[in-house]
Design a protein around this ligand. Sequence first.
Ligand SMILES: *[C@@H]1O[C@H](CO)[C@@H](O)[C@H](O)[C@H]1NC(C)=O
Ligand SMILES: *[C@@H]1O[C@H](CO)[C@@H](O)[C@H](O)[C@H]1NC(C)=O
Ligand SMILES: *[C@@H]1O[C@H](CO)[C@@H](O)[C@H](O)[C@H]1NC(C)=O
Ligand SMILES: *[C@@H]1O[C@H](CO)[C@@H](O)[C@H](O)[C@H]1NC(C)=O
Ligand SMILES: [Cu+2]
Length: 802
Amino acid sequence: METTDSRSHTYSAVSLATSETPSWKTTSFWQAISVVLVFACVVLTVALGAVVASMSSGTQGQQSLGSTLAPCPAGIPVEPVNEDDPGLYDDLSLAEHNAVRVYMESRETLALTPWDEAGFSDNYINSIELHVPVKSEALAFLDGGGDKPERQALVTVHAGGKTPPVVEEYVVGPLPNPARHAPYSNPARRSPIPWTSRAIDAKEYALIFPIIENATAAVHDILKESYGYTYHNCSGHCLVDIDTVPKGYRSGQRRSWVLFHRGGVGGVTYFVGFMIQITHESVDPSEWHVSRVYYNKQYFDSVEQLITGYADGSVEKDTPHADIQDDEILYPTFVRRGKPQPASPSRGPTLTEPGGRRYAVRGRHVEFMGWSFDWRLTTSQSMQLYDVRMNGERIAYELSSQEATSFYSGYNPGMLNNLFVDSYWDVGRSFELVRGIDCPKTATFFNTLQQRSTKEPRLMQNAVCVFELNAGIPLRRHFDSDFAGGFNFYGGMADHVLVLRHINTVYNYDYVYDYIFHQNGVIEVRVGLTGFILTSQDKNSYGYPLYGGNIGNIHQHAFNYKVDLDILGAQNRFETVDIVLENITDPQRPDLRHIQTRIQRNLRRTEREAAVQYDFNRPKYYNFYNEEETNRFAVNRGYRVQLNGIAKTLLPRQDWAPMRGVAWQDYQLAVTRRKESEPSSSSIYNQNDLYEPLVDFQTFIDDDENIVDEDLVAWVTLSTHHIPHSEDFPTTATAGTQMQFFLRPFNYYDEDPSVGSSNAVLITPGERSGSVRVERFGTPTGPACVSEQSPFRYNGTWRGPH
Ligand SMILES: *[C@@H]1O[C@H](CO)[C@@H](O)[C@H](O)[C@H]1NC(C)=O
Ligand SMILES: *[C@@H]1O[C@H](CO)[C@@H](O)[C@H](O)[C@H]1NC(C)=O
Ligand SMILES: *[C@@H]1O[C@H](CO)[C@@H](O)[C@H](O)[C@H]1NC(C)=O
Ligand SMILES: *[C@@H]1O[C@H](CO)[C@@H](O)[C@H](O)[C@H]1NC(C)=O
Ligand SMILES: [Cu+2]
């Protein structure tokens, strides 16, 4: 990269001039400017010539005015995953996926049928993903030079061929050449995994579709008259079905309300007022049937009952809504409309990397300005970061997304039952990101593999990106006035951060997940909401009327994260630093009273003491520290969890059974002793058995273990209430719907560690009056350059392994 830097001549005169005197005051500046301008004119002429030439020759020339600048240096090269020696947390490679599948399918005792040939009542593999090593073995390897832990996979089997059928999980190893498998056993979880709590897969859907077909064929004419849309035999105006969750009202039930929304662009924003409930609980699919029907706010026991009532006039009929018939109404579309902005189309600002890539990527390992971490994108739990360090010191062993929920309210059976627990819906399915919109053009993109409910893993192209961002705000700055019209100094530093991003699309919604590393030791964990809202024909007490006469039903979003903090070792303490009132005799005026706040450190000794339900009347900090380690001022070195996205969950766990499956949602922060048996606050099996969930987070707290000088995990919940409004069309926007928490050093360092940055700027008055000295600590100010840009490409394909 040095060679590219030294290529500059034109701009160096300008940048050198800044050190002593304001550059515009020097003659060398004006000389330089005229050189630049003359050069620019020549360049413009050449470029115009080139453009004209390329236009006349009819080719799509890459020539542009920008191409006259030198390309920026490439910077630190990106190294691909080393499949011969994968990192501890690297997701399975394609070869490993295949080896695991072949190994498992050839075990006679397991009696597995390959996915392609399997039917509902066979035993077959439902998912394959990495099984991370136990922490003690991983640490022995990372810190103690111990052996590299064996690489293993976790395989989920839908054992429909067993009596009774059951869901099984196996740990398979060692990779890449599996030779052993053993049931994954976890004493803290319900065992075995109930068959009725399994995630619905393609085999089950294949048996449900004919029932939907049959029912909708019977009511074909009713749907056509009522909505202008049909399901069975439809053409043009088609309905699309989705099933609700949870599947029943108590543990062990399996019944799905099937909802219908309009097909086509943004169709998910218009659900019709017809729904059927299918009971598919029996192990014998021939017993599955339509058990309830809902039409225009009326309930029926069968499709026939609706048809008879509709014919004899006893049923109140629905009529097509004008909006829905009118293709000119664009609300749910992305067609540009309204006053054009900008008045004449032009490009917005973009990032360049004049110093080249300043972060290192080796496989799934990333390093940036003292930070380092590994990441993986799991099929069942989305993004997981491991071994997060700053300047070589581990801050967190694991920082991972656990669960995302959205619980709706309404009168119709769809909204009554839309209690979404998204790990069930493939949170790992993060689709292709678009360069320049989802991530800056300068970003590094990663493909991921996901295998669930498919024969082979699916390649998700460019599903994750990493980039350095100028956040557009000073990280720190001060203008030091001399209070005489001038200044003593200015010190400042731009907030250059590293962002790890993926966007998970769960049917209608898009969650933008960010992990942001600031240079002052702060990690920002953020999630933003966008995508389509769900609407329904419903009462106005659940939302405002919108497009098509539907309302946007009120719902609450919640996200849970696991933060396995390791502050200078795994043994840590958790304290709240409470801000409390004191009412004292004023020390300077004993005749007066004085009321103010003070700090009160409260060590939390057990898990129950450490389950936080935010109380506005008791403000406090949440601090994790090491009792043995102090900073220069003899204060325990710690990291603080700061919550910037909290919302009260009103639904009571005591009185409302489904809340048991999402117990974490009641705590903005809960601190528990880390256990291998408590790897996650949720599971994909919680969705369909919220009543007796496979993972009951409350049990993590209820054993009330000692948490003093133990390995601690902070479970953090971000949440927001969403009352949809007209501007949620076409989609909810991220502005205003971002929630975040921060991990902030709290007396961890003796001072802000960003003092080491050579990107800081210190300006002081120069010796001659009117001049200034600009100290950039060696950072060059030129030459200007253009970042190499990959041509715009979008594939959008995510099926198939290659
Ligand atoms: C199809 O629907 C009819 C009437 O609605 C019902 O009698 C029949 O059992 C259904 N068949 C299947 C396979 O669901
Ligand atoms: C659907 O199409 C098939 C084949 O054209 C036809 O036999 C059937 O009657 C149609 N069903 C309805 C409800 O119109
Ligand atoms: C402060 O203390 C005084 C004297 O005990 C008492 O009269 C007063 O109510 C107290 N005020 C508050 C706000 O606690
Ligand atoms: C997308 O990628 C797949 C797999 O590499 C390839 O087969 C397909 O042709 C690509 N499609 C487009 C539109 O580029
Ligand atoms: Cu929402």
